[in-house]
Design a protein. Structure first.
Length: 89
């Protein structure tokens, strides 16, 4: 296995991880900004006021994105297992 093959394998793993985590992190970011604005406008400084909606948003995003995430992960795994001949040198 050459160095270029290892770098390509790791790069593909990182890119796949990035795309799998992006919808959930983006939803958490958006909800975090909205909850921060709501806390500023209402002067509520309770930490659970921002945490509970953010956790619910993470759960909702995970449930909505799960079919797409599984399809992406299955495609990555199939490609990885299909290239075993290239890595077995």
């Amino acid at each position: 296995m050459t160095t270029a093959a290892v770098v390509d394998l790791i790069r593909t793993a990182f890119v796949t991880t990035f795309w799998l985590s992006l919808p959930i992190l983006a939803m958490g970011f958006v909800i975090g900004i909205i909850m921060s604005l709501a806390q500023i406008l209402t002067s509520i400084q309770d930490s659970s006021f921002a945490t509970v909606p953010r956790l619910l948003a993470f759960l909702g995003a995970l449930l909505l994105a799960m079919p797409w995430m599984l399809a992406k992960l299955i495609a990555y795994t199939t490609t990885l297992f299909g290239d075993f001949g290239r890595f077995a040198h």
